[in-house]
Design a protein around this ligand. Structure first.
Ligand code: FDA
Length: 426
């Protein structure tokens, strides 16, 4: 049993959706392209799962957030794929790949052959068992990576109104979920080992603002410790958690956000790897010229910082996918990918964006007791990164433009005094 396609996208997430749109724009013929995904639905905007999807009132639901609405492009419903002759092979896991023979084997026993393969398998949530703790399968322990996880989380929140949740992890999944739990009238304790939240991006001063804001909404922060074990009832539900510092927390539900790992195992030993991802050139071509890799799993050159990185953010998934399709379909007109790292988050009434790199000296600016503030990062005398909470569209456009230029900064005090006006005026 088998099928043959000119182009196969493996994975049906954000990058797959944006790649499909680009293929359609470039005029792919009916029957030439398929998307294979183990999810049962057409590609959707994954960030919606920790935001609109969890709202207690008028929550976002499919088909409302299929790609590519997140970038103000067309919304690709299942019908769109049919109309464009793009085959969606859903609910189907690929269990092995052979890049020499150009074949993929699915869990249903089908062999799919390609001329060009785009790997877009994204990442998976790290499980508690991977850090030596049992309990992931308990009915009131939730993760958040895909629609099934988000649906379980919503059902659990409905059952736990007025109860207590423990959020394990202080990254963006933990922060966004904590906000949603509060909005769903659940008491939240956040537990994480660091001394402040969002430690990979925030400075202690920025983190302190968000922690105070969250505390004002009733969230408790238990920092500098981590989960030691769960206590289960006779039905296997988690009733509470023992922490490494000896504390015990009662829980009606638990949300775990302890990181993600790229889904690259199918290609280990077949393609070159770097930074834990599939190494690609500035056209997203891997060490095998018929195989491209995009989104969370791609380790690609970042011209601006003269290095190679894996970027687990939605903007990178969208843009890398588009670029790879352009490189495959119109190789003569493609220019080198020139990416400015960009990441955002929204929770409660808060909303921030970050552009560039958070290395070097930090200069905070703005009103940390108000609603608009941020930080610049200056490395080797050049402005390389900027974080802004509460900005307007004009501010963010200016930040993106200026950070890309990496201007020389002679006076750090000027950055502090002028704040976001420093970039708006440039
Ligand atoms: P993505 O994970 O979207 O898709 C991978 C697909 O491949 C999935 O459909 C998966 O099931 C499938 N797959 C994997 N292995 C397979 C196999 N063997 N066979 C078949 N199918 C397989 N970013 C940001 O910048 N701002 C934000 O606010 C957020 N918010 C956010 C919230 C939540 C809940 C998550 C989980 C993630 C975010 N992100 C984010 C990150 C962002 O969503 C992420 O970077 C992109 O989804 C990456 O897109 P990809 O297409 O690479 O992977």
């Amino acid at each position: 049993m088998g099928r043959d396609f000119a182009y196969v996208i493996l994975g049906g997430g954000v990058a797959a959706g944006y790649a499909a749109l680009e293929f359609a724009k470039k005029g792919v013929s009916h029957g030439q392209l398929c998307i294979i995904s183990d999810e049962p639905v057409a590609p959707y905007e994954r960030p919606a799962l920790s935001k609109g999807f969890l709202l207690p009132e008028a929550p976002a639901r499919l088909p409302g957030f299929h790609t590519c609405v997140g970038a103000n492009e067309e919304r690709l419903t299942p019908n769109w794929y049919t109309e464009h002759g793009i085959e969606l092979i859903l609910g189907t896991r690929v269990i092995s790949a052979n890049t020499k023979l150009k074949t993929l084997l699915t869990a249903t026993g089908e062999t799919i052959t390609y001329k060009f393969l785009i790997i877009a398998t994204g990442a998976r949530a790290v499980k508690l068992e991977e850090i030596g703790i049992n309990g992931s399968n308990a009915e009131n322990v939730c993760y958040l990576r895909d629609l099934a996880d988000a649906t379980k989380l919503v059902n659990m929140m409905r059952m736990c109104t007025g109860g207590n949740a423990i959020v394990i992890g202080g990254g963006y999944i933990g922060m966004e979920c904590a906000a949603s739990l509060v909005m769903n009238k659940i008491n939240v304790s956040m537990v994480f080992p660091g001394s402040y939240c969002m430690g990979r991006l925030f400075t202690p001063k920025i983190a302190s603002y968000y922690e105070e804001f969250y505390k004002s909404k009733g969230v408790s922060f238990i920092k500098g410790t981590s989960l030691s074990s769960f206590v289960f009832n006779s039905e296997g539900k988690v009733m509470g958690a023992n922490l490494k510092d000896g504390r015990y927390l009662h829980a009606d539900m638990v949300v775990v956000g302890i990181g993600a790992r790229p889904n690259t195992n199918l290609f280990e030993g077949q393609l070159a790897f770097e930074n834990g991802g599939i190494k690609v050139n500035n056209r997203f071509q891997s060490s095998n010229t018929s195989v491209y890799a995009v989104g969370d799993i791609a380790s690609f050159p970042i011209k601006l910082f003269n290095d190679t990185r894996r970027v687990e953010h939605v903007d990178a998934a969208r843009k890398t996918a588009k670029h790879a399709v352009h490189a495959i379909m119109e190789p003569k007109t493609i220019s080198d990918f020139d990416y400015l790292p960009f990441f955002y988050s929204r929770a409660f009434s808060l909303s921030w964006q970050f552009y560039g790199d958070n290395v070097g000296e930090v200069v905070h600016f703005g009103d940390f007791s108000g609603t608009k503030f941020g930080a610049y990062w200056v490395n080797n005398g050049r402005l390389v990164g900027c974080f802004l909470e509460g900005g307007g569209n004009e501010d963010y456009v200016a930040i993106a433009k200026v950070v890309r230029l990496k201007p020389v900064v002679l006076d750090l005090g000027e950055l502090e005094r002028k704040g976001v006006d420093f970039v708006v005026a440039m």
